[in-house]
Design a protein around this ligand. Structure first.
Ligand code: PMP
Length: 429
């Protein structure tokens, strides 16, 4: 039964049972309307209420300032690998265009010749358009590869590659002083928590902190650690995350975006201009401007998914009087307990990432207990399953063991895992 299992899967992840029970009822008959939530129109008032309540609760829980917009999108975290490129490159182009117009305008008096603007813009795109990626694990690598696919590799600058400081493998974050950031990149992109490799940024990078009015455009993928610690939202231009780890079910992706990157402050360039510049025109459903303009209802959104996320947020708000700070303390405590148990048995376990960047959410380790790692890991997993500890197999690309310590894992669940890790190490080799 559900009660006997603690599921450590990396996503989709465990959801609170009471949330699922409420959602199950809502799926059949939402608030006695005689219709379930998957049947109600996304244009109905109740759908709008569900969206607006989820937005308000998310803002309250993680402290999102008023000058940020919250969007519910589709296409998952992978969709955002592309969406971030289309949108932020568009904004870069538009800002450059304005700058060029200003420069030409003051230099030559009144009217600005459009062909001159285009010529200058073409040159700027060719010589200066860059997106910076901090590649610290499989997901930021994938995002950078998508950018190269859409724009051409000449526009992608891998400002840091963690494999270069760790024998060709992920597991460390290069020192900031060695990052090769571009001068005016369309964005600096990084993944705050690398789900596959168990690498998490300990905090916001010093070098990317805004100084004065305009800081660098920083975009972060927080798919696997959102809602688990307080984040300095104002340091970011865009934060995105798929719902299926700490927020809810797969199917919706949340984007938190600075309003300064939306109209009326800045608009996406005309498709014709992007074509003239040889730049890709993104799908309309990936346009932040379009989704923001329509309060996330440009097209049919899965309101049931938003409802589940809303229920998770309600529960979180009720559980911690100090909102995400309370969850952060609990997440730290659970992660510390598991890492400490692994560290207590160095002959039986090896944690994969460097101590300085160990993820609190995805605890990746190898089982070195006995002669063969493969056999030891098989035995470890089999023993865990017997105790109801499931979902512990590492990502297929790297192998090993991965215990995903998301918010729905209770302290008792973490304690059970720690007890098993200890017991297995003390068992026969
Ligand atoms: N980013 C991170 C950090 C992830 O963990 C994942 C999925 N596990 C993704 C992006 C991709 O998300 P999706 O499967 O929703 O496209």
């Amino acid at each position: 039964s559900r009660e006997e299992i603690t599921y450590f899967g990396a996503g989709p992840a465990l959801l609170p049972t009471d949330v699922l029970k409420t959602a199950a009822e809502a799926l059949v008959n939402f608030e006695d309307t005689g219709l379930g939530l998957a049947e109600h129109s996304h244009r109905s008032e109740l759908a709008t209420n569900i969206i607006n309540t989820a937005k308000a609760d998310l803002a309250k829980y993680i402290d999102i300032p008023d000058d940020y917009e919250i969007l519910f999108m589709q296409g998952g975290g992978s969709g955002q690998f592309s969406a971030t490129v289309y949108n932020l490159v568009g904004i870069w182009v538009e800002r450059r265009r304005q700058k060029i117009i200003k420069e030409l305008g003051t230099a030559e008096g009144a009217d600005v010749p459009q062909d001159k603007v285009l010529e200058r813009l073409r040159k700027a795109v060719e010589e200066e358009l860059k997106i910076d990626y901090l590649v610290t694990g499989s997901w930021s690598l994938k995002a950078s590869q998508e950018a190269a696919r859409l724009l051409g590799p000449e526009h992608v600058n891998v400002a840091a590659d963690a494999r270069k400081v760790n024998d060709g493998k992920f597991g460390k974050i290069p020192e900031e002083k060695d990052w090769k950031l571009s001068k005016d990149p369309a964005m600096v992109y990084y993944c705050d928590n690398e789900t596959v490799d168990g690498v998490e940024f300990p905090g916001f990078p010093e070098i990317l902190k805004p100084s004065g009015e305009e800081g660098p455009i920083v975009v972060a993928d927080m798919s696997s650690n959102i809602l688990s610690r307080r984040i300095p939202v104002r340091n970011f231009s865009v934060i995105f995350f798929g719902a299926q780890k700490n927020l809810g079910s797969a199917g919706i992706t949340v984007v938190i975006i600075k309003k300064k990157l939306l109209p009326p402050a800045v608009s996406t360039p005309e498709p014709a201009l992007l074509r003239k510049l040889g730049l890709p025109v993104g799908p309309i459903v990936f346009s932040y401007e379009t989704i923001a303009k329509n309060n996330s209802l440009y097209n049919t959104l899965n309101i049931f998914d938003v409802y589940i996320a809303g229920q998770v947020l309600k529960k979180a708000l009720a559980s911690f009087s100090d909102n995400v700070t309370g969850q952060e303390a609990l997440s730290d405590k659970k992660a510390k307990l598991i890492y400490a148990t692994l560290d207590a048995h160095p002959e039986s376990y090896k944690v994969v990432p460097d101590k300085s960047v160990r993820s609190r959410m995805n605890i990746c380790f190898r089982v070195t207990h006995g002669d063969s790692i493969a056999d030891a890991e098989k035995a470890f997993l089999a023993g865990a399953t017997k105790k109801g500890l499931t979902g512990l197999k590492g990502h297929r690309s790297v192998g090993g063991i991965r215990a995903s310590n998301y918010n729905s894992i209770s302290l008792e669940g973490a304690e059970k895992l720690a007890a098993y890790i200890d017991e297995f190490a003390k068992g026969p080799r």
